[in-house]
Design a protein around this ligand. Sequence first.
Ligand code: FE
Length: 359
Amino acid sequence: MKKWILFSLLFLSALALAACGSSQEDDSSSEGENEEAQKNEDAGEINLYTGRHYDTDQELYDQFTEETGIKVNVIEGKDDELIARMKREGKASEADLLITADAGRLHRAKTDDLLQPVESEVLNKNVPEKLRDEENEWFGLTKRARVIVYNKDTVNPDDIKTYDDLTKDEWQDKVLIRSSENIYNQSLLASMISLEGEEKAKEWAQGIVDNMARDPQGGDRDQAKGIAAGEGDVAVMNTYYLGQMLHSEDESEVEVAKNLGVIFPNQDTTGTHINISGVGLASSSKNTEEAQKFMEFLSKEEAQGKFAEANYEYPVNENVEASETLKEWGEFKEQDLNLGELGENNSKAIQIMNEVGWK
Ligand code: FE
């Protein structure tokens, strides 16, 4: 980490020196680059709309620029806001690439005609088939699992093997899970619709509502904190939130996380639910070649570990190992389904959640 910063600083100083020694015609190019996408005069730039916001991501983008000369203008926002913005901007949009933190949203962008296909042997080799769109309109970059965590003091992990187990009577008033408005739970239910059918999925959702420790509130981290506060014994959360808490600067978060055990559900059946953050080429892109290079760069072995580790996620590239924190939790069997189905079943999932009264 420190080496990176030092290296970047050295590189920037070298650039500054070089700039001083040459003509000053480029002076205006750095102004406001993070606020708005700018017109690309030399086609050596790409505009990245991203729902990710980690410092180490920026280091990778800088490395890409260093290797290729292609500048990366980063426009950050929430996934849904970025998609809405692209819709609003239409064909005139400066967006070249969209990165979101959920396959369901990438699917939404695709069905809204905001993405276009990319034919790339590199991407097809580096990104497993189930983690990319069937028509090559988006590709997974990092992977996360939606797991069950439990209070180590009160729960015997042998009692919970599956997501279904959370609906048993013994967990009545003990299950902590966030609201149905959240895309991660929508995607989890969507995966069950695919793998077990609508009826089973609805039974599960009803069972979860019946066993909720409280009305859903807060994010995944708040469910973990709910366990520490004694409000419930088990919670559903994404793996990276647990990783973030374990490495948090807030000592109380570390304490909460340390007292949680991790269960990868459905290991003898359909596998643990996974989701991705991923990237798609914008249909409005005027820099498709450069954008494709960027997508390929992020899928390669060198970038993958760092990109995933930024948020305690798993690399999608199977040649790259997960970080130490994740390896400690062990390997696990994943759901076997193309993640495009999460998007396809999204509205059905929301409908079921409404029907069973999942707030
Ligand atoms: Fe998240």
